[in-house]
Design a protein around this ligand. Sequence first.
Ligand SMILES: [Zn+2]
Ligand SMILES: [Zn+2]
Length: 351
Amino acid sequence: MTNIQFPYPEPPAFGKLLDIAPGIMWMRLPLPFRLDHVNIYLIEDGDGWCVLDAGIWDQRTIDLWEAVLAGPLAGSRLTRLIVTHHHPDHIGLAGWLCRRAEIPLLTSQTAYLACANLSLAPGSPQDRQFHDFYINHGTTREVADQMGTHGLDYLRMVSPLPNTFLRLLSRDMITIGARRFRILTGDGHAPEQVMLYCDEDQLFFPADQVIAKISPNVSVWPNEPDGDPLGHFVRTARRIRDNLPDDVLVLPGHQLPFTGLHARCSELVEHHDRRCDLIGEAVRAGPMTVNDLVPVVFPRELDLHQFGFAFSETLAHVNRMLRRGELTRTAGPDGIVRYAASGRRKAEDDI
Ligand SMILES: [Zn+2]
Ligand SMILES: [Zn+2]
């Protein structure tokens, strides 16, 4: 991490605003998870403030927003809300905040539709086909049952979306106050995740695509069982590294702002390469299920909730390795799927 620096080592307390650049304020809101906060940014927008991400839908976060609107933001107005992706820590309060402040929602089409879809059909992860997906990868029934509750959990953390939105598309330019931002989108952590880049002031808001000290979750979900989110994630990391300058101030969705974008993108790619290597070594001893591979990739105690995410992330690595031709996949007569080493690997450019 030698090239990564943290110019603002102390985050603001929950619900407090911290100036980090002219016309840019940083706020933190709490989350009821092990990752206990999300970063919100306010960007000066004429006579008001454009908000980047909203926080999760719960009473504590609503109370903090109300205190900010009545306190440091009293006398100024919010102009619009940009939401980076459909995860509840970012989009959860979007509907509430847009109605409360009477502002429009701007986001990617996929973020809007993914949230709308999950909200309309929260019970769908309990479908038989999705349940069998986990069982066939070797999990216990307990884990398969737990994974089926995801849609309902999501619904509890997300307020109803506004009926309208404005689509942000990769390569769009957007003017916020005196600044021009390029819209970029990334994939792998969440599909079509919105990122903002201001070339003139060297500011980059990657949301959850690039975070300083944690590797963003990259997961295969049962609605796209053969998907390759890790391939998408790695390609996005390389594209960011190759196309943005290294000396930007990175203002991410979690943890601290930092500089050293190129080094962090490279670290993230190497981190996933190492995890693939661990899987490659393990299957040399014989075919294994995804369930068998979870402790290989995550060799620590996991509760049921953490196991669900670890399973989905392990499968993301397995699917990447299948595409690269490093693994073969066989379903036994019991329907259980096992992976074995193929002894070869395609060049990255072939995939
Ligand atoms: Zn996220
Ligand atoms: Zn997040």
